[in-house]
Write a protein that binds this ligand. Sequence first.
Ligand code: HEC
Ligand code: HEC
Ligand code: HEC
Length: 411
Amino acid sequence: MKLPRRLLLCLFIVTGCASHENVARVEPPRSFPRDQVLKGQELAYVGNCMGCHTEEGGKPFAGGTPLKTPFGTIHGTNITPDSETGIGQWSLAAFTRAMREGIDREGRNLFPAFPYDHFTKTTDEDIAALYAFVMTREPVSKKNRENTVPLPRATAGWWKSKYLEPGVYKPDPAKSAEWNRGAYLVEGLGHCGACHTPRDRLGAEKKDAAFAGAEIEGWHAPALDSTSPSPIPWTVDALQTYLRHGVADQHAQSAGPMAEVVHDLSHVNDGDVRAIATYVVSLDKRSDEQRKQTADAALARARAAVAQKGNAVYDGACADCHNLGRAQEGGALELPLGTALTVPTPKNLAYIIRDGIVPREGERSGWMPAFEGALTEAQLTDLLTYLRALSGQPAWNDVAGEIKKTSKGQK
Ligand code: HEC
Ligand code: HEC
Ligand code: HEC
């Protein structure tokens, strides 16, 4: 008898991986060594736990954060130590199982919107520190939101059987300690690939295209491998500065979802940030000569762009700041050096122009006005087309259509 594949899949889901054991409720300790809590806090910044587990305007870690996935909206849960609505009765073993295997205390499969496919690489010691940090937060009584994913949790079990490779990161003895530390953080808690690696139809990262660039929350997260579109190829020093401060010489300022990542990394020690930079730069296999040629060409394009008057919208709205270069007061980066011009879609550029650059409270960074409503769609299309040409890349397809997709509510 030949069963349709879909039916087989259903049978497999229902029978194969439906449930796991429940881990007993406990009354976890409420006090931990201070050093362990502080270490956990730093690791929580690397893992951006706060970002996915805190709702806009909500209490830290109390959940409710909507995460849009192609399968529906999944909400970050309450991971404060509240006994009823949070994880206050989770033992370290239950917490570890969630981080490594994506299973909650009661044995239910968790959806991979929780990036446990990365977190599984985390050592016992680091998971214990995260646990100490989480368990010493303020308990908040707040019920978890319903998800709108029309799939039973068992599908997450099936997904894991296909894609999850549980297990702690194994250092590569041929590489330096710093590189290994960086790989551990990037592949594990930092889950950089969750945004920078393209996914297949079932939402799994394509392993053979790791860090090749991907669409996320309506933005394009640029490639970090040899296909990096960065006009000036990244060096370890520049990347360390960027990850720490959101901006580095001759590179664009972090924006969109990356601004949040950088904000979190600003709380992480220099050694770890440098290790992350070391590992990421090693993903780019181009020779020094190729990298230098790429950089020289970009600098030449930037000089040429500043010298020419070529587009009325640009000259009127942007040139005053961007032609000056950062070296001058009130000046900003020469735009041909911005990655927003070289990525495969005009969306990043459209968002930046729409929303401007507003420094976070207490952070020193440049300020750029938001142009929302100030430019017509036709002007914006014309400007984006012009800027793309400055970058030396082939023209974008359907700029007007892409701009429409970036209008509010379309994300
Ligand atoms: C990209 C978003 C994202 C990040 C980053 C993230 N989480 Fe989550 N997490 C989720 C989502 C979504 C769920 C719920 C999944 C579900 O309902 O199936 C979840 C569930 C959990 C759970 C299970 C809780 C429960 O109520 O069942 C724990 C524990 C947890 N996360 C801890 C953490 C920690 C610790 C970090 C930081 C190291 C972290 N998460 C970072 C999205 C995230
Ligand atoms: C008042 C000055 C000012 C004006 C006018 C301005 N910008 Fe900016 N822009 C900035 C600053 C400051 C930054 C962030 C820091 C930096 O890049 O030097 C920035 C950042 C950007 C970025 C991100 C890449 C980067 O350089 O960090 C893009 C893209 C950008 N601007 C495009 C534009 C476009 C297109 C216009 C015209 C529609 C424009 N800007 C008008 C000041 C300005
Ligand atoms: C939530 C999604 C997300 C995560 C997680 C994330 N990034 Fe990004 N990243 C983006 C997006 C979107 C951009 C493009 C916007 C911009 O340039 O600021 C970006 C830009 C960057 C850039 C600038 C690229 C260029 O050439 O201009 C670098 C470098 C980078 N990310 C590195 C990292 C590293 C390292 C990590 C892990 C520690 C990471 N990202 C995690 C979404 C993410």
